[in-house]
Ligand binder design. Sequence first.
Ligand SMILES: [Zn+2]
Ligand SMILES: [Zn+2]
Length: 286
Amino acid sequence: MKSMTKMAIAIEEIGWNEYETQCKISVRKPNMSYKGSCMNFGIPEYACAGYCPLCRKTHFLEQGDARQHCFGLMKTFEQKGRIDFHVSDDLADSRLSLDYLFGEARGQMFGVLECKDSAGEITVLKAFSGQYNGIWEVEGWAPPFLDVECFDSLVFDVDRQIKELGNRIAGLTEGKERLRLADQRKKLSQRLMKEIHALYHVRNFRSEVKPLSDFFPNGIPTGAGDCCAPKLLNDAAKRSLIPVSLAEFYWGRPNRSGTRQHRNFYAACAEKCRPILGFMLCGVTS
Ligand SMILES: [Zn+2]
Ligand SMILES: [Zn+2]
């Protein structure tokens, strides 16, 4: 039997409903100072939060000054029209153009984390969610959780096998052999997802590290660990920076369901981020 972690046990003990309720305990009404802002109604003013079963309380970060830094970032977006700010116009990578977010691909989330270093100096980190136009790493932006080289070699190998199987399946008529190959292909892609998730290590500010699977006893949702908030906190923890405030906004063509609008601010998501943020924020304040 799979050994269960402290966190999984805690969730098991209190149950998912109670876990969800506890996560919402510190949800406060939107502060009046945000009146007239683009923060959506009903979304709490804090930028990210999560229940920490180790401390048995909710850890959270507010938008604070990170929100102002986001406006600064938006201004730079408008001026540059691309996200590779560190290079001059003639060296710009066309894949990193911001026009990409207004086309077929639609927009994407961006986030800013205001931090303090050990001397008390303010440092600002920034991140885009997931990959940008198929690219994991862009200079000046928080890196992904996973090791990109490991990811590439994993995917390259298995992708080739999956394509080969696909070709063989296409050449067969209905029957035992076709079913067998289809089953083999399905197992391969499931194993690939597991191996990709194993590359994700979730760290907090007490120098503790846990595998991503520990936080999702019912299965890891696609994209968990790829949102801005976890990327930013992971980067800060690795650099021994102390988070102060965090804000995330959407840039580009609205998503299909219309729940994400250009320039609007959003709190970290409930399904992929909240289950890991309580742990990730642990140790920030003490
Ligand atoms: Zn998220
Ligand atoms: Zn804690």
